[in-house]
Write a protein that binds this ligand. Structure first.
Ligand SMILES: C=C(OP(=O)(O)O)C(=O)O
Ligand SMILES: [Mg+2]
Length: 422
């Protein structure tokens, strides 16, 4: 990371709207040399219970309590006071000061939304006129253009349909380049829309830009997606376009059972169901297959399927270095989803990523279901060489902003390798 001295003359936040029409923060920092840097703060819907805590106003008269004027005031007040008027030599120093200032384990006093916005804007300030990805690159890590995981069909809490599984993603793992991967994603997405329309299914969109038809059985969706991949002219599977799932199962786990399409399933039933799915369909990655509290189930799932499929922890790991450390000790999962606002600073995110690298866990960089056009995660994915990103459908401005930023990076640095990390 670049080591230079920065001063901040302005640190401020504005309450803006995210892609769901909920308030979020846009943070601006101005440096002593006149540079201005911005960041937009994402926000999840299917959140893990151990995520860092957003500060929301709680005033039912404004945005049903979701306003972020208190978090904005924390940026304009306490945080600005702490950052202005001294020299900073690194992003980790700034992030450590933010964590100290907040003083809580969950960042709930000043708000993880306030802290992550400032941290992202300050990361941009340290990058200055250079590419953000270069400045974020950890020592010894080779940068890489990631395989985009396009969420083409939405359910769960991201769509008002009967589908319990939250995300069905297509991953052009076999594509030769990033532009070809984007072309494959757009082609399969278009083909899927045509297939749904021909069946008389709805082609309206969920929160992440995937279609949200009223299909209840995950296997029916998988069949349709394989058809769309084939009809778009691609080979279903790792040599062409593979499938990644994020059932987000914490959301349909209650009373000790998983509730899928009207059936109550045990943890063992779910594992058997997934085993059949990865046998019948080209599913290469499974995120949050079991609930965040079901660590014993996760251990069994990892033993049963860990050699065949990537098992990504999102709600269960929440980008938290301490939780990832505990999971690695128990060999829970083999991959981490990485979301900046789950932990609340860029530095802690990079630390979580280092732990994953050291443990041999793969990583997928992720957007949130509530997004702004900020493409920060595209640079983070390239910088940390994860080889994987998920940023929603290959449609809708706030989603394609990330993919388009990857295209820009790829055009400016044509020697960067593309694809899954080795
Ligand atoms: C992106 C996701 O959704 P959310 O932002 O709602 O947590 C996810 O669960 O991976
Ligand atoms: Mg998830």
């Amino acid at each position: 990371m670049a080591q230079q001295q920065l001063t901040f003359t302005e640190v401020s936040a504005l309450e803006i709207l995210d892609s769901r029409g909920n308030p979020t923060l846009q943070v601006t920092v101005t440096t002593g040399d006149g540079g201005r840097y911005r960041a937009g703060v994402p926000s999840g819907a299917s959140t893990g219970t151990r995520e860092a805590v957003e500060l929301r106003d709680g005033d039912p008269e404004r945005y049903g309590g979701k306003g972020v004027t208190k978090a904005a005031a924390a940026v304009d007040g306490e945080i600005a006071d702490a950052l202005r008027g001294q020299r900073w030599t690194s992003l980790p120093d700034v992030d450590a000061a933010l964590i100290d200032l907040d003083g809580t384990a969950t960042k709930s006093r000043l708000g993880a939304n306030a802290l992550v916005g400032v941290s992202m804007a300050v990361a941009r300030a340290f990058a200055g006129n250079g590419p953000l990805w270069q400045s974020l690159q950890p020592e010894g890590v080779l940068p890489r253009l990631p395989v985009p995981h396009f969420n083409v069909l939405n359910g769960g809490v991201h769509a008002p349909n009967d589908l319990d599984f939250q995300e069905f993603m297509i991953a052009p793992v076999g594509a030769p380049s990033l532009p070809e991967a984007l072309r494959a994603g757009a082609a399969v997405y278009a083909r899927l829309r045509a297939l749904l329309a021909a069946r008389g299914d709805a082609t309206g969109l969920g929160d992440e830009g995937g279609f949200a038809p009223n299909i209840a059985l995950p296997e029916d969706v998988l069949r349709l997606i394989v058809q769309a991949i084939t009809e778009a002219g691609y080979e279903p599977g790792r040599d062409g376009v593979a499938i990644a799932l994020d059932p987000a199962s914490s959301e349909f786990s209650r009373d000790g059972s998983y509730h899928v399409a009207g059936e109550a399933l045990s943890s063992d039933d779910m594992i058997a169901r997934y085993e059949q799915m990865v046998t019948d369909f080209p599913v290469w990655s499974l995120e949050d297959g079991l609930a965040e509290g079901d660590w014993d189930g996760w251990a069994k799932l990892t033993t049963r399927l860990g050699d065949r499929v990537q098992l990504v922890g999102d709600d269960i790991f929440v980008t938290n270095p301490a939780i990832i450390t505990a999971a690695v000790e128990r060999r829970i999962g083999n991959s981490c989803l990485i979301k900046l606002n789950q932990i609340g600073t860029v530095t802690e995110t990079l630390e979580a990523q280092r732990l994953c690298r050291d443990a041999g866990y793969t990583q997928m960089i992720s957007h949130r279901s509530g997004e702004t056009p900020d493409p920060f995660i595209a640079d983070l994915a390239v910088a940390t060489g994860t080889g994987q990103i998920k940023a929603g459908a290959p449609a809708r401005g706030e989603r394609v902003a990330k993919y388009n930023r990857l295209l820009e990076i790829s055009a400016a640095a044509p020697d960067l390798p593309f694809g899954l990390a080795d």
